[in-house]
Every structure is written in C-alpha cells, then in structure tokens.
Unconditional design. Structure first.
Lengths: 351, 75
C-alpha cells in the first residue's frame, strides 16, 4: 500500500503544520475554566478557541449540547481531512490507512442508528467524515434502508471484505456486535499487513499501530473480565499482531480469575505504571484504567514525536491529542449537563 | 603556460566553493522552507521568524563565497 505512488512524504511541511495546530489545542487551564461554565457558556468559549465556523454553521440545525457535540466532531473531521490533503507520498498513504478507522466508526454509527430507528439527521450528528468516505458517500449509505445493502455498499466503497460467517450472523439476528468486532479486527489486520516494513518511517508507524492494538486488547479483556467473561470467549475478540500482548499473553490474561490475578502478568508491560493505581478499583469502575491507558498512548506519541520529528509520529501525536480534546470537551459538557461534580468530571478527563 | 594552469585551477576551486555550498544550502533550505511555509499557513504572524530560519542556511553560501573571493584575489 505504501509503495503506491513511490514518493517520499513531505514530512517537514506537514509536521510544521500539525505542530502549529497542536500549539492551539486546549490546555489544562482551559478545561478547568470550562468546568465552571454552563453548556451555553462552553459553546461560546469553544467558539473562541477554534470551533467558531462549525458552531456558526450548525447553529441553524441544532442547539445546546447537540450543537456542541456535532460541532466538535465536524471540526475534528475537517482538521484531519486538511492534514490528509496537505500530506503527500508515503506519509499520505500512512495517514489515509490510519484514518480508515473513522470509516469503521461511521459504519458502526450508521448501523447502530438504523437499528435504533434514528432518522438521517440523528445519525449524521455522530458521523466523523475524516476517513476515505466523504460526507456525500456517507449520505448515500444512510439513504439505504436494509442493513444487508448498507453492508454491501460499504464493503464496495471502503474495500472491506466480509466473511460469510459474519454476514450470516448479521442476517440471523439483530445483534450488531459480531459485525462491529469484525470491522475492528479487519481494520487493524489490514493496517498492519499493509505496512511496508523495509523503510524506517513505516516501521515507526507499524510499532505505533501495534501498540494501539495492545491497548485495545487490554481494554477488551478488562471490560469482559468485569462482566465475568473469561477464557476462550474473550479470545475471539482479541485483535492479533499486538506489540507486547501476543496471543499467548492474551490467553493468560483472559484466563486469569480476576483483575487482581492479572497484575503479575501486566507488571512487566510498559504501560503498567500508568494503570497500577487504578487497577485495584477496576472491578467497580474501569474509567481510571481506561484514562491511564489513553494517557499512556498520548505520552508515547509525544515522546516518539520528539525522537523522530520528521516522521509520521508527530502527525499521529496531533491526531490523538485532537481526538482527546474533543472527547474532553464532550465529557465536560455531558458531565455538567447531567450534574456531575467537578471532581468527578476531572477524574474522567485525560490531560 | 604553467601560470595559466594555476589561474585555471584557482578559478575552478572558486567555482566549486560557491557551487557546492550553494547545493548544500539548497538541500538544507528544502526542509526549512517547507516547514516555514507550513507554519505560516497555520499562523501568518510567524512570517518574520520563519524568514529568519529560512535564510540561516544561506550563511553556508557566504562561507563559500568568501573562500572563492580569497582564492581569486589573495592566492
């Protein structure tokens, strides 16, 4: 995939742009200020910090929390698309392969929306057209009625092949889990397999992706463990090709009696430091562990973007931080709206 | 005849000094320039700073030029 156009990427230009964009992202004090505000005040505040155009454009259609959420997603999609357009050669190939995760996200949103009977506007609010599928293509998918046809059309548009088992499972019941898990696995497997390991930039990218797979897998194992699911039932959700958590370790973790029993296996892993304080309380709430894992991913991206400034990592670093900013804004807005205390909201944020 | 060859070699040396440093500066400016344009695209107030970084590699050519002048006029 990365030899498609054979051109070296324009790293200097793209990285300078994302670094400039990153300097404009919200800081800790911005989040602290936002926690003191009501939702309309937050909307006004984020309008002043880079979301103005989306807030104005979408104000006709929605208001309040919906407007804020829709505007932040639209802005994120626009920013990612701008970066993708600005990049060239192998850099562009790597970024478009990475951004395909938003195609998967959009597909899940459409399928879920359809199954809950949402109208087109309701579905559109949660779409992030940052992947290879444009807003127009997504509109076409939304316009299709039956789930089978949506899946078939999506497969053609995003070059995703579905196995007969997944299609049969989807046809048999209304449960969407099977197809959603398949999409996640397909995305990562395709991403890992498509990386050309002969060049240094692609190797860095591969390492980064495999580490992301580790974090996804651990999250899955922990979530299922809290639900009391262990053993082989967990393994079918594991994405192969992780950096540290291979199938053997995944099996060990999946077979562990409880989250406490997983600690000796986890202690040797890089990200243990970030989650060790939250692990003992993970049975009650996984939020602390999940925030720790996300924090680790951000730290790593930041570290490697400094070590390899002219590579794909600084761009991915920005993308993770931008996504995190949008998540944080949404957490604060939703938390404030549902009456959570400042401390509770702060514990959910990843800064 | 011997003096003519010497003059010729000095001229070639001076040419190489300017030419090669020019190439070096060009290669350095490729990335600096791309990054500068990228930064200015995002924030136009960075133009002044970007300009300074942009001309820094030019100093290499000045060194080459000094050597060339020395070769021609001093040697």
């Amino acid at each position: 995939m990365f030899r498609r156009n054979g051109k070296k990427g324009n790293y200097a230009y793209t990285v300078a742009r994302v670094k400039a964009k990153k300097s404009l992202l919200m800081k800790e004090e911005d989040y602290s200020k936002m926690m003191m505000m009501t939702v309309p005040e937050m909307s006004r505040y984020i309008s002043e910090t880079g979301y103005q155009k989306e807030m104005v454009d979408l104000a006709v259609r929605s208001s309040g929390l919906d407007l804020l959420e829709h505007a932040t997603y639209t802005n994120m999609a626009k920013v990612f698309s701008t970066i993708l357009e600005a990049s060239e050669g192998e850099l562009s190939d790597m970024l478009s392969a990475y951004l395909a995760k938003w195609d998967i996200w959009n597909m899940k949103v459409i399928l879920r929306g359809k199954s809950y009977g949402l109208d087109a506007n309701g579905i559109k609010e949660d779409l992030v057209p940052a992947g290879s599928l444009s807003a127009e293509s997504l509109d076409k998918l939304i316009a299709i009625d039956s789930q089978e046809d949506i899946i078939a059309a999506f497969g053609k548009m995003a070059h995703v092949t579905f196995t007969p088992e997944v299609l049969a499972a989807q046809k048999a019941g209304i449960n969407l889990e099977e197809i959603e898990d398949y999409l996640d696995k397909f995305y990562y497997t395709r991403l890992v397999n498509s990386v050309d390991t002969s060049s240094r930039p692609s190797l860095l990218f591969l390492n980064f992706v495999r580490q992301e797979i580790d974090l996804e897998n651990l999250e899955t194992i922990l979530k299922l463990k809290v639900e009391g699911i262990r053993g082989d039932a967990v393994l079918k959700y594991i994405i192969p090709e992780g950096k540290h958590i291979d199938m053997k370790l995944a099996m060990q973790l999946a077979n562990a009696e409880s989250i406490e029993a997983m600690i000796p296996d986890l202690a040797g892993l890089d990200f243990y430091e970030n989650i060790k304080d939250a692990l003992p309380t993970a049975n009650k709430s996984l939020l602390g562990v999940l925030a720790g894992l996300k924090g680790y991913a951000m730290q790593q991206a930041k570290k490697f973007s400094h070590l390899y400034p002219l590579s794909v990592i600084p761009v991915l670093d920005f993308m993770i931080h931008k996504e995190n900013e949008v998540d944080n804004i949404r957490i604060i807005a939703r938390g404030t709206e549902s009456g959570l205390s400042k401390e509770e909201i702060k514990a959910l944020l990843v800064i | 005849m011997a003096a003519d060859i010497g003059t010729g070699l000095i001229a070639i040396g001076a040419g190489l000094a300017v030419g090669l440093t020019g190439l070096g500066a060009g290669m350095a400016e490729k990335d600096v320039g791309a990054a500068a344009v990228g930064a200015i695209t995002e924030d136009q107030t960075l133009f002044g700073k970007a300009m300074i970084f942009m001309v820094l590699p030019e100093t290499i050519v000045i060194f080459g030029l000094v050597i060339a002048i020395m070769a021609i006029f001093v040697m």
